[in-house]
Ligand binder design. Structure first.
Ligand code: UDP
Length: 473
């Protein structure tokens, strides 16, 4: 009789910080539970993640491997050139993935592929080799459900928007509570529906349905209505978020366990932690627009003055490569002027964000509403001011302000007086109201990752299913 195969999971993230982070958290959790896991980065990110990963390799069962994304080494792989990246993933990287999986077949066959929800090459190649695939969309349930509805919106003539008024109420997104405007929909809804990128994201969403199950970094109590809509598309949905909190929980909730969820492409500047130690309780505004969003020099100055004018200390993650300037020298000069740490201001290239949000001095988060940042803020109980720019961020910030009421949304505005006003509303006028909602949502989040919580239980179910798949492969 043939021996059953040992379960071996291949995890394939989209090559960007916000995708690698939750997928690596999952990889560590699976390895901790005794599953063999291979985490497959692109060569480019592999070189960047490993040196900063404080516990590499975190488990003898977790190994890091890499393949080429097909682009030359000196390609910037930036948001502005994302189309080249996704095309290369579809063609060149897919071939490398096939070769990699065939090589693995000889040594330790992969019994399950967990592919990022925008890396359907993982599902395709798994299918070719008769390996079951699970799709992990790193967005919220609300955003994913919206993406699934986009073809219907087009069919109904709601997209592209019939006119330029983004403030018009948008009807037809089932499950949406409260006032939803056109500008609250994912940024894809503002783009040309015949563009390559539009097609890419819609095709990737449809391709996810070929997977045997769906994983989401969210929790049942946060997104129940949207999850129930997704359950009409996927027979098996595993909501296992917030994954970073689950990873910490798996280490007994100790702060040292925080390293379980760290996986940065940049080197963390920990000097800001000492600076935070010197600040009064809940006084600091933490400002970060994530890993992809870029701001112009003018926007930078509006934020700067708005923050200075509201008279609160702030910690700002601001990298040279995140500022769009006409002249490189101007950007360098601007940063040189701004990046002087003082009693009230601290600027760093990259912060240990989870630790920053958990620090008692932090009282508010000015964020771009990336999904990881949103979940990390919820887990830490820190209310948000949202300045969404791309992708899922617009609908995330709508959820934050309109559905969960745990922050304020400054969508599509960027001037010093709005920033000053919103900081005051968040930290003074509406502080109690917002903090009350945040305390409720945050408690639901921490319950979900507790021993009997929905995310913990769903993770157990997922692990059991992966083992079962392995036995029947
Ligand atoms: N992050 C960090 N340090 C920083 C800025 C961001 O560790 O200075 C992490 C943050 O904790 C989050 C991720 O980078 O986990 C950003 O993901 P998100 O989905 O919020 O935004 P994206 O970068 O994908 O736009």
């Amino acid at each position: 009789m043939e021996e059953p195969l040992e379960s071996h999971v291949l995890i394939l993230p989209f090559p960007a910080q916000g995708h690698i982070k939750p997928m690596l958290c999952l990889a560590k959790l699976l390895a901790t539970s005794g599953l063999r896991v291979t985490f497959l980065n692109t060569h480019n990110n592999h070189r960047r993640v490993l040196p900063h990963n404080p516990c590499s390799p975190p488990s003898p069962l977790l190994r890091f491997e890499s393949i080429s994304d097909g682009l030359p080494d000196d390609h910037p792989r930036s948001l502005e050139r994302i189309e080249e990246l996704v095309l290369s993933i579809k063609m060149a990287m897919k071939a490398h993935l096939r070769e990699f999986l065939l090589r693995e077949c000889v040594q330790l066959p992969v019994t399950c592929v967990i592919a990022d929800g925008i890396m359907s090459i993982g599902i395709d190649v798994a299918e070719e080799l008769s390996v079951p695939a699970i799709s992990f969309r790193t967005y919220s349930a609300c955003c994913l459900w919206t993406y699934f509805c986009i073809p219907t919106f087009i069919h109904e003539g709601k997209l592209p928007f019939p006119d330029d008024d983004l403030d018009k109420e948008f009807h037809g997104l089932r499950g949406a509570e409260g006032l939803l405007r056109r500008r609250d929909l994912p940024s894809l809804c503002r783009s040309q529906i015949d563009s390559n990128l539009f097609r890419y994201f819609i095709d990737e969403t449809i391709a996810m349905t070929q997977a045997c199950a769906l994983i989401l970094n969210t929790f049942d109590a946060l997104e129940a209505p949207m999850l129930s809509h997704l359950a009409t598309i996927f027979s098996d949905v595993y909501s296992i978020g917030p994954l970073h909190a689950l990873a910490i929980q798996s280490k007994g909730g100790h702060s040292s366990g925080r390293s379980e969820s760290v996986s940065s492409l940049w080197i963390e500047d920990r000097s800001c932690m000492a600076w935070l130690d010197s600040q009064a309780s809940r006084s600091v505004i933490y400002v970060s627009f994530g890993s992809l969003v870029k701001i112009t020099v003018d926007q930078c100055m509006e934020f700067w003055h708005g923050l200075v004018n509201c008279g609160r200390p702030f910690l700002w993650v601001l990298r040279e490569d995140a500022i769009l300037g006409e002249k490189e020298d101007n950007v360098k000069l601007l940063l040189l002027e701004l990046k002087v740490t003082s009693e009230t201001q601290c600027l760093v290239d990259w912060a240990p964000q989870e630790e920053v949000l958990a620090h008692p001095a932090v009282g508010g988060f000015l964020t771009h509403s990336g999904w990881n940042s949103t979940l990390e803020s919820i887990a830490a109980g820190i209310p948000m001011i949202c300045w969404p720019r791309i992708a899922d961020q617009q609908i995330n910030s709508w959820c934050v302000s309109e559905v969960w009421k745990i922050g304020l949304d400054m969508k599509d505005t960027c001037d010093r007086s709005t920033i000053e006003t919103l900081v005051r509303i968040l930290t003074e006028d509406k502080k109690e109201e917002i903090m009350k909602s945040m305390a409720r949502i945050s408690a639901l989040g921490s319950d979900s990752v507790g021993p009997e919580g929905s995310s913990s239980k769903n993770l157990e179910r997922l692990i059991e299913n992966i083992r079962k798949i392995g036995r029947t492969s």
